[in-house]
Design a protein around this ligand. Structure first.
Ligand code: ATP
Ligand code: MG
Length: 252
């Protein structure tokens, strides 16, 4: 299979990008896929969420950006099972501009290693900034996590317009793999309303798998562990395992 480069992308903050990146990565890995998780958010939530704390030896993609390190040398191998990770540090905020007007450095770096992986999954920062522009020019597929709240549809329309614009001006084309409903609470009418609207308007894009609100997912991140490791009992209710299967089915 050709390696896929995904990013969880939504300019809105707190919609489940990091939780989804970590837990999809580990679940694809548990299904015998070779996966690289890249934390590209200067806040380093995904790195912390899998228990990797900043230390003097840790290098982020900033080191690749300034040619201080090669991408293959900043990969931390077999963090959980055989999941590989590139961590983030706050030095990523220094990626301010395209390098010598070259907006391809990230794409070129990934091209050197992507053949080693079935999936590369990138956790993105919120907002719309230089890092997100770089990511959009690099990924094969985008996953849009949305929390079923009042502004969800509005931000969804904006992201879709952005991808359309990006695809029209860029040589690199990004596909929408799916819209993922996160932190869904079926007791809340507004959540059901938003789900109805999204499934009517974007039916072809909506993942069948829904990520329900579950405190264990929040706890696992706080303890620096993916859900599978934090709560082995959860297996049958592991929404991200079901999502990983749904994604693999798309490629069969
Ligand atoms: P940011 O834009 O700030 O990077 P984000 O989009 O990455 O945020 P997360 O950090 O993944 O969002 O999630 C926001 C908060 O919601 C976190 O505290 C997380 O633990 C919690 N959370 C995420 N998904 C769930 C879930 N399914 N059930 C319960 N809590 C969740
Ligand atoms: Mg995040």
């Amino acid at each position: 299979m050709k390696s896929k480069i995904f990013a969880f992308f939504n300019q809105k903050g707190g919609v489940g990008k990091t939780t989804s990146s970590i837990n999809l990565a580990i679940n694809l890995s548990s299904l015998n896929q070779k996966v690289l998780l890249i934390d590209f958010d200067p806040l380093a939530n995904a790195s912390l969420g899998i228990g990797i704390y900043n230390n003097a030896n840790l290098k982020s993609l900033f080191s690749v950006y300034i040619d201080e390190a090669k991408i293959e040398n900043i990969i931390i191998k077999n963090v959980f099972y055989d999941l590989d990770v590139i961590c983030a540090k706050k030095d990523l905020i220094n990626i301010k501009d395209f390098k010598n007007s070259n907006d391809n450095w990230f794409l070129k770096a990934l091209q050197k290693i992507k053949h080693n992986y079935d999936f590369i999954i990138i956790d993105t920062p919120p907002g719309f900034n230089i890092i997100n522009k770089l990511i959009l020019k690099t990924i094969t597929d985008i996953i849009i996590p949305i929390q079923p709240q009042y502004f969800a549809l509005d931000s969804l329309f904006k992201i879709l317009a952005l991808i359309k614009l990006n695809n029209s001006i860029s040589f690199h084309k990004t596909k929408i793999l799916g819209i993922l409903l996160t932190m869904f609470d079926q007791r809340i009418n507004l959540a059901k309303d938003v789900y109805q609207k999204v499934s009517t308007i974007f039916k072809q894009h909506l993942f069948k798998t829904i990520i329900y609100k579950n405190i264990k997912l929040a706890e696992a991140i706080a303890y620096g562990k993916p859900i599978n490791i934090y709560d082995k009992q959860l297996k049958t209710k592991n929404y991200y395992f079901i999502l990983a299967q749904e994604i693999l089915n798309k490629y069969e």
